[in-house]
Design a protein around this ligand. Structure first.
Ligand code: TYM
Length: 326
């Protein structure tokens, strides 16, 4: 049974891109593997933020993950800053990571462009990510497509550290990404990846009215101008969301109605809203229950941190021993 690790930033609400690209898969994988899932609040402080907001978003992220199906009986859920070995290994990995590799990371270049001044933490962000994964010697990392480059770097860091400090038998595995078919969900603008920073998201816990307010004006097939124009489902973002949320028979029906102009885009979106509500309403209800009992979430995070700390402590003892630090 391979060990799985993945993380999510508490930099905003959990949106359906996160859910379809990663978190829904986490809930499935917890039945098949040993799984560790982390709310990476130390990654979230690499761009400007408000401390009080970060605290409440971290909690809200824990509630969302549990509501989305993570079961503390089957997986470990914890907050990164509660296990200090993440930053300890981050520092160690900084010493085996070439600067050039960090400078060419796409996410760094994109985020750096949006900042007035760029801090060293933003550059070192993927090194902390490598530390997250390798601290638990995890082999598989379920993520969306945007994290694949960071994982390549994690493998490179594992290789370099192994070559220098564990020549006999590799101590760290080279972690591989686990992608889903919904590895890249586009935003409602249909132009760029769904992401909080683009303001094109649907929150996992949003109510149906608010989802409808976003779906109604959302981008569809750009060539379908009039109601009577037949559409091309494959180029339509709404159709992609049907594939993620609707039953196969509905997806087939939607394709047929679109390509024959049987339905207009609004008809199609109404059916999508129904499918989404079917999946998201129970998640929202679980979140309401969890919010009513905050002590339960605290306890889950505390137990998660305790379990992770024990594993992290073992790795750091080995690492320090091999590096002449202990
Ligand atoms: P984050 O917080 O941006 O996103 C969490 C997960 O959601 C996926 N995702 C998407 N998948 C499909 N379509 C989208 N539009 C979409 N937007 C987000 C992401 O790929 C991710 O799997 N650097 C990471 C957090 C991290 C991490 C780690 C991940 C820190 N340490 C260790 C794995 C292992 C990030 O910012 O994810």
């Amino acid at each position: 049974m391979s060990r799985i690790f993945s993380g999510i930033q508490p930099s905003g609400e959990l949106h359906i891109g996160n859910y379809l690209g990663a978190v829904k898969n986490w809930a499935k994988l917890q039945h098949q593997h040993e799984c560790i899932f982390c709310i990476v609040n130390l990654h979230a402080i690499t761009v400007p933020y408000e401390p009080a907001e970060l605290r409440s978003r971290t909690r809200e992220m824990a509630v969302s993950l549990l509501a989305a199906g993570l079961d503390p009986e089957r997986c470990t859920v914890f907050v990164q800053s509660m296990v200090p070995q993440h930053t300890e290994l981050n520092w160690i990995f900084n010493t085996v990571t070439p600067l050039g590799e960090l400078e060419r990371q796409t996410q760094f270049k994109e985020k750096a462009q949006r900042q007035e001044s760029v801090m060293a933490g933003l550059l070192s962000y993927p090194v902390l990510q490598a530390a997250d994964i390798l601290l638990y010697r995890a082999e598989l990392v379920p993520v969306g497509e945007d994290q694949v480059q960071h994982l390549e770097l994690s493998r490179e860091i594992a290789r370099r550290w192994n070559a220098r400090f564990s020549a006999q038998q590799d101590y760290f595995p080279e972690p591989k990404p686990l992608l889903t078919v919904t590895r890249r969900i586009m935003g409602l603008d249909g132009q760029s990846k769904m992401s909080k920073s683009m303001g094109n998201t649907i929150g996992l816990l949003e109510d149906s009215n608010s989802i409808w307010d976003k779906l109604r004006p959302a981008m569809t097939d750009p060539k379908r101008v009039r109601r009577t124009d037949p559409g091309t489902p494959e180029v339509c973002n709404i159709y992609q969301l049907h594939k993620a949320f609707s039953a196969p028979a509905t997806v087939e029906h939607v394709a047929e109605q679109c390509s024959t102009a049987g339905w207009g885009c609004i008809d199609c979106k109404k059916v999508l809203l129904e499918s989404m509500s079917g999946e998201l309403n129970p998640i929202r209800e679980r979140a309401t229950e969890l919010r009513a009992n905050p002590g339960r979430t605290d306890e889950i995070l505390r137990a998660g941190a305790e379990h992770s700390s024990a594993l992290a402590g073992e790795t750091m003892r080995e690492v320090k021993e091999r590096m002449g630090l202990a």
